[in-house]
Design a protein around this ligand. Structure first.
Ligand code: HXC
Length: 254
């Protein structure tokens, strides 16, 4: 058991499956996750990547507490940097990524979910950054990505209290995109993936690049990048196909 990657019809599925620990991430899980992410990045055919936990109870219950329990400060820093690098590789995937959260997304589990572009949660999902209850702080990007995603007020509430938040609370905070009934979760995610696949892969890739780079700099720099990437779209056959299809009143073929 560990991390499995399957690629089918433009969709990559990464499943974190470590049932004996509710999919908690130890070194082996992170190493396998990085290998899966590298394979996706190197596969031009993939247009959407889905990250999910195995089983019904947990997305990912965090980093493995047993594994971390006797770390020295230096080992802790190295572990944090390693996890950050894996999650950075996820956020830098060229294709859109979707986290499918059916149960616990705790600590590193929430940090994994917010490294993805979109989050679809079951009504049974629950989220927390419980690190302060363990005497540590979020270390796989939570202090930074969570704050950027839901703002400092909610991020501080989650991180300072360590409390669990329901799927509906997560929706209200902007932590997830949608909450769906548990038995419709996979169906909804598949429909979302198909909707993304029906768009221009080049357009989606460039839009993601503009959004991600723009978030890290000033509005002016972001707008300059947007203009350059907008121009670049016109070097792609996908722009001609998209606009020709509109004029010809048919669906574009990407
Ligand atoms: C190691 C874990 C684990 C974890 C669960 N397990 N979470 N093992 N690390 N993060 C193991 C349990 O020890 C138990 O193993 C088995 O999974 C089932 O869990 P139970 O506790 O028996 O289940 P339940 O009573 O339903 O409670 C579920 C739970 C609870 C609420 C998710 O397990 C829990 O609070 N887990 C810890 C969550 C957490 O604090 N995550 C943040 C970690 S820190 P056994 O062998 O007893 O059956 C983190 C930092 C990231 O993520 C950044 C690092 C740099």
């Amino acid at each position: 058991m560990g991390v499995t990657l399957t690629i089918d019809q433009h969709i990559a599925r990464v499943v974190i499956d470590r049932p004996e620990a509710l999919n908690a991430m130890n070194e082996s899980v992170l190493v396998q996750m990085k290998q899966a992410v590298d394979s996706i990045q190197n596969n031009e055919n993939v247009r959407v990547a889905i990250f999910m936990g195995g089983g019904v109870k947990s997305f990912v219950a965090g980093a493995d507490i047993n594994y971390m329990s006797s770390m020295t400060p230096l080992e802790g820093e190295k572990w944090g940097k390693f996890g950050q690098s894996v999650f950075m590789a996820i956020s830098e995937l060229r294709c859109p990524t979707i986290a499918v959260i059916q149960g616990y997304a705790l600590g590193g589990g929430t940090e994994l979910a917010i490294s993805c572009d979109l989050r679809i949660a079951s009504e049974k999902a629950c989220f927390a950054q419980p690190e302060v209850k363990l005497g540590i702080i979020p270390g796989f990007g939570g202090t930074q990505r969570l704050t950027r995603l839901i703002g400092p007020g909610y991020a501080k509430q989650m991180i300072f209290t360590g409390d669990q938040f329901s799927a509906l609370q997560a929706l209200a905070m902007g932590l997830v995109n949608e909450v769906v009934s548990h038995d419709k979760l996979i169906e909804r995610v598949d429909a979302l993936a198909q909707s993304i696949i029906s768009g221009s892969p080049n357009g989606i890739r460039l839009a993601k690049e503009a959004i991600e780079h723009g978030l890290q700099g000033s509005l002016n720099k972001g707008l300059q990048l947007e203009a350059a990437l907008f121009g670049l779209c016109f070097a792609s056959p996908e722009q001609r196909e998209g606009m020709t299809a509109f004029v010809e009143k048919r669906k574009p073929k990407f």
